[in-house]
Design a protein around this ligand. Structure first.
Ligand code: GLN
Length: 539
């Protein structure tokens, strides 16, 4: 079978959940036995989102191979349980960078370099790249932005060309739109969808299937009307109602027969029906929690719900694993201080201190760690969360009052967290952190070792600063346990406090590898510890 290419565009409004629809379709096709991956093409000029503030673009997701990517790749991995890579996220910036670099190398000597064909050729090359590896039967490409944006035009043009260059049965286009409900008129309105599809068609792309985001059921008449005005087959208009969980969406799409329409158009014969039983088991547990816990997520980007997407999702997975609802309370680290910490965090069954950059809100994070440590509340620090835990321990337990990370205070006399040697020489900011998967060796008998149930693990990183091994002896003598170390460079990756009921902080980002069917073990253990904490309060 040839590799099949499915394209997902969006219309009417942004934030309709193209990534979730793409991931749900991918899940259904995977559950029917196909090898599927998803890639995202983003229309902005940054080479990758690594240099973007989370307020601009939500979380920056990191892959095993160290790509800093759009958060939708997190959804792809969580739904499919398949790792993505640098090739799965392409931006306009990356496309232009390649073409301009080739121009300087003389690759186009004598020619005028133009958007069509040079930029579109590079887009098409990348759209087809993963399909040529032989690893996948189906490649789903999500085109970021909204049809009609000036920025996404070259992507749509590349799709238009592929529509004719690929065999008809290897190409499929899905357009996701919004059908707004007007309360005053008590009516669902199709006009914005008609306009959006017209726009797409005016750019030469013909959608095979229209997926409509809607708050209310679409009647058969309305579906027929959309099909008629949007030039698609009746039956190829499907609804995507607001769902109680994103993991319910694959089931909703199955009920709407999205996978059926797709395999028919792509002429893929003899597939078994989708087996979604493992995801179904997870959803059942999620739907019927037997207990609940309150955990604080202490960070500085809490105003934006997407800034800690993978952490939030990891709590959903770990909650279901514990048959427990996890109420995540986002706490702004800038607003935590010694005066109010008991009020803000006193009722919590667990405290997670989040990753982050720069010094804003840092002292609040330190304050939160101290509170968790002194009160015996389960504590989990991630990346910057581990760094502040080390600083807090150095200040309070070892009495080094000005201990700090040099990120916050370059002049400290106790730089317990410092820039890695290879970072000191770097001048470029983009793509230069310690990125991607690294091995970590766990200390036998430690909490981390018992959580993972093995000695060697691999987790993903994204940081420039490190535990300063100059202080290793004094820290461990004072009671801090180093339970995870990089076997090649002796970098400290995990710290624990054995004197505390549950205290673990990690330099890596465990949240990037959690999936509903394979919840991340530290999150699972942290929620279990929070449950215990809750039970001890109630006794
Ligand atoms: N700012 C810290 C560093 O660069 C932590 C980064 C993070 O939390 N992802 O090392």
């Amino acid at each position: 079978m040839n590799t099949k290419y499915i394209f997902v565009t969006g219309g009417v409004a942004s934030s309709l959940g193209k990534g979730i629809i793409a991931a749900s379709l991918a899940k259904l096709l995977q559950a029917r036995g196909l090898r599927v991956t998803i890639q995202k093409f983003d229309p902005y000029l940054n080479i990758d989102p690594g240099t973007l503030n989370p307020y601009e673009h939500g979380e920056c997701y990191v892959t095993d191979d160290g790509a800093e990517t759009d958060l939708d790749l997190g959804h792809y991995e969580r739904f499919l349980g398949v790792h993505t890579s640098q090739a799965n996220n392409v931006t306009t910036g990356r496309i232009y960078n390649t073409v301009i670099t080739k121009e300087r190398e003389g690759a186009y000597l004598g020619k005028t370099v133009q958007i069509v064909p040079h930029i579109t050729d590079e887009i098409k090359r990348r759209m087809l790249l993963l399909g040529q590896t032989g690893q996948y039967d189906v490649i789903i490409t999500e085109v970021g932005g909204t049809v009609g944006d000036m920025e996404s035009q070259p992507f749509v043009e590349a799709m238009r060309q592929l529509q004719w260059e690929l065999p008809e049965e290897d190409f499929l286009s899905i357009h996701l739109t919004l059908i707004p409900y007007l309360k005053a008129a008590q009516e669902l309105k199709t006009k914005p969808t008609q306009h959006s599809v017209q726009e797409l068609q005016s750019q030469g792309v013909h959608p095979d299937i229209i997926v409509c985001r809607t708050e209310k059921e679409l009647s058969p008449e309305l579906r027929r009307k959309i099909a008629l005005f949007c030039n698609v087959k009746p039956g190829h208009v499907i609804q995507s109602m607001d769902a109680w969980s994103i993991y319910q969406v694959p089931f909703n799409m199955e009920a709407e027969k999205l996978d059926e329409l797709v395999v028919n158009k792509l002429e893929i014969p003899n597939l078994p029906p989708p087996d979604l039983s493992r995801l179904g088991n997870f959803l059942e547990r999620l739907k019927h929690p037997k207990a609940e816990v309150d955990v604080a997520l202490v960070g500085k980007y809490v105003e934006l719900q997407d800034a800690y997407k993978s952490i939030q999702e990891s709590f959903v997975h770990a909650g279901a694993a514990n048959e427990c609802r996890v109420n995540v309370h986002c706490v702004h680290s800038e607003h935590v201080n010694d005066g109010n910490v008991a009020d803000v965090l006193g009722g919590m069954d667990g405290i997670l201190v989040a990753p982050g950059f720069g010094s804003r809100g840092l002292e609040g994070k330190i304050c939160a760690v101290r509170y968790a440590r002194e009160k015996g509340i389960p504590f989990f620090g991630i990346c910057l969360g581990m760094q502040v835990a080390v600083v807090e321990f150095a200040r309070d337990v070892l009495g080094w009052a000005d201990a700090a990370s040099t990120e916050e205070n370059p002049d400290t006399t106790h730089p317990v967290i410092d820039l890695m040697e290879e970072q000191k020489k770097l001048t470029l900011k983009g793509g230069t952190m310690r990125l991607g998967a690294y091995p970590c060796h766990l200390l036998e008998g430690s909490l981390a070792w018992s959580i993972y149930g093995k000695e060697d693990i691999s987790e993903r990183h994204r940081h420039r600063y490190e535990f300063n091994n100059r202080y290793l002896k004094e820290m461990t003598a004072a009671g801090l346990k180093i339970s995870g170390v990089n076997p090649d460079h002796q970098l400290v990756e995990i710290v624990e406090l054995p004197s505390h009921p549950f205290y673990i902080a990690v330099q890596f980002h465990p949240e990037f590898k959690s999936t509903p069917e394979c919840p991340q073990p530290i999150f699972v253990a942290f929620v279990a510890a929070a449950l215990k904490q809750r039970a001890s309060k109630n006794n």
